[in-house]
Design a protein around this ligand. Structure first.
Ligand code: FES
Length: 573
């Protein structure tokens, strides 16, 4: 016999408190029988006008609600913190952990038996999964889906990627301001998240690959009626998951993380996923480190020819067959944990083994991949003793092994002030170094690691250089960019010690990143180093600064590792 429903500790009582709990919800027009043993499903909604990518989520929630009702559940939608990637300053990542706390405590405090996570814009996915992981209810993820293809002058244009390339063209005088504004209008034509393989699409793909979402969760466009159908089916399914006691920790085990890492390589996904996967694993107590990420990603080819590294967009990916095709190809190559469970009750292999590809140009065959050996590379060395990350599929092959002279920017303001100075002593072989943009240093580990190429080099035709920082990079960006250097400069990591003129060696094949300066000299610089003043002395940011961990730990707050489960709270009277 299965356990009594958690919600019955509220609604199943025939006393003063039971009266309270039922009576106040009856003002929705809820009949008595909804409180008599139906699984109560929380629909955790990140809708906000300040998060344009999630603007359709009230409609999406309506479809989930219908599915829950059809399966005999009782749906209750509630808002949680939303994180609009383009609107929040200094960076939405500063608030990922705050949103995760909101989700966790909302799920724990309310009479819920299961939940549906509505996720879209970049940080909304990890925030909701992290929070839900620390409660461990039966949980299913529904992503909002990507926007339709951008359209400009007869060409498909991609979120972020086009912004970056067009802003560089504007700076180089290659496009006019009028053309720039016209492209803005063409890029966002519908609801949904960025339609390149940026962070939002990457995280939606990982939700699907890890079995937390139904097949095709990643690629169905927001505007496609099949997205609404997926939401409805997810609502139905979570009710069954409650009856089966299929909690999130049963889905997100080591096999799910292995599948996530290989999927990340096979889709040429965002480097941001690295930080988020590490944080989610620490919530669940799954042993998963940067070294696992590098090991598991080896031998994985990038199969999808999607921007930012390639030509196509998420809509094309959907019509080509979507993530099931990628997972099938990984499985045939022996790089999928086939027996990993998924939310629909089947194994991941059962879900994808019959998938068919309708466009081999978009999802390339394993034998002729878009980019071979494209797993994320984790670098070590005296410049990053706790690791750094590079995405080889977005990098220039000629720079994968290179030694160059450091040109150092102490802060983001220093970069902005001097990058286009005609007197800046820099050439195409130099290595740009940016400090104080890590979890504590920015604060929030902003997406500024893909530093703009200095104007005078742009005019010479230079489009890529080695760039190194403790920052993150937008999932829609590209280039030979070393990110997430740990420990960061703001806590006195070796990055803080780099000076103009130092030689730096990057060797991606050897997984090395070294500062070619004698140890005695580094020791002298270390002794003279002083920490920067903190960014805040009160409020959430103060708490964040006191507790945030480094990138190699997932940049979560130290006291949020692990799970408190979903214990029954005390009565409020
Ligand atoms: Fe929201 Fe890209 S800005 S997904």
């Amino acid at each position: 016999m299965s356990k009594p429903l958690r919600s019955q500790a509220w609604f199943g009582r025939q006393d003063k408190m039971g009266f309270y709990y039922r009576s106040f919800l009856k003002n929705h027009g809820t009949p008595q029988d909804m409180f008599e043993g139906k699984p109560v499903i929380g629909i955790c909604n990140t809708w906000s006008e300040l998060t344009p990518c999630n603007q359709h989520f009230r409609d999406l929630a309506r479809h989930v609600r219908e599915g829950v009702l059809e399966a005999g559940g009782y749906p209750l939608e509630f808002p949680v913190s939303s994180l609009g990637e383009v609107t929040m300053r200094p960076t939405a990542m500063l608030y990922r952990n705050l949103a995760a706390m909101d989700v966790e405590e909302a799920l724990r405090a309310h009479p819920l038996d299961g939940c549906v996570l509505l996720m879209g814009c970049d940080k909304t996915t990890p925030a909701l999964v992290m929070g839900a992981a620390s409660v461990d209810l039966p949980t299913i993820g529904v992503s909002g889906g990507p926007q339709l293809r951008g359209d400009y002058q007869g060409q498909s244009i991609g979120s972020g990627t086009t912004i970056i390339s067009m802003s560089e063209q504007l700076r180089a005088g290659e496009v006019t301001l009028e053309e720039f504004h016209a492209a803005e209008q063409g890029m966002n034509r519908s609801a949904g998240s960025c339609m390149t393989m940026g962070t939002a699409s990457t995280m939606a793909s990982l939700v699907e690959a890890m079995g937390l979402g139904l097949p095709l969760n990643a690629a169905l466009p927001a505007a496609d009626a099949r997205r609404a159908q997926l939401a409805r089916l997810s609502g139905r399914r979570v009710v069954e998951m409650v009856r089966e006691e299929l909690t999130i920790s049963k889905l997100l085990g080591p096999a799910a993380f292995a599948n996530a890492v290989r999927t990340l390589g096979a889709i040429g996904g965002s480097t941001n996923a690295v930080v988020h996967l590490l944080a989610i694993a620490r919530r669940l107590g799954v042993p998963f480190t940067l070294d696992d990420l590098d090991r598991l990603g080896q031998g994985v080819h990038c199969l999808v020819d999607l921007m930012p590294a390639g030509r196509f967009l998420m809509e094309d990916f959907c019509y080509a067959g979507g993530l099931p095709v990628v997972l099938k190809r990984l499985g045939e190559a022996g790089l999928l944990e086939r027996d990993a469970p998924t939310a629909n009750g089947r194994t991941v292999w059962e879900n994808v083994r019959d998938a068919r590809c309708w466009n081999d140009a978009v999802i390339t065959p394993w034998e002729a991949p878009f980019k071979p050996d494209a797993g994320m590379a984790v670098l070590r060395g005296n410049l990053c003793p706790d690791g750094a990350v590079i995405k080889p599929s977005a990098a220039s092959p000629r720079l994968m092994r290179h030694t160059g002279r450091a040109v150092v920017f102490e802060t983001i303001e220093d970069l902005h002030a001097r990058k286009d100075d005609p007197d800046l002593d820099i050439d195409a072989d130099c290595v740009m170094v940016l400090k104080h943009c890590g979890p504590k240093g920015y604060p929030g580990m902003a997406e500024v690691g893909n530093m703009p190429i200095p104007h005078k080099l742009l005019k010479q035709g230079v489009r890529d250089m080695i760039r190194i920082s403790d920052a993150r990079m937008s999932g829609t960006a590209y280039g030979t960019v070393v990110l997430h250097v740990a420990p960061e400069a703001a806590v006195g990591g070796p990055l803080a010690l780099v000076r103009d003129g130092d030689m730096i060696t990057l060797d991606v094949a050897a997984r090395r990143l070294s500062l070619d300066v004698p140890e005695a000299e580094l020791a002298a610089r270390r002794a003279a180093w002083a920490p920067p003043a903190p960014h805040a002395t009160r409020g959430y940011v103060r708490m964040y600064l006191d507790h945030v961990q480094q990138a190699d730990q997932g940049a979560d707050l130290d006291f949020l590792a692990g799970s408190s489960g979903a214990p029954m709270p005390r009565d409020n009277h």
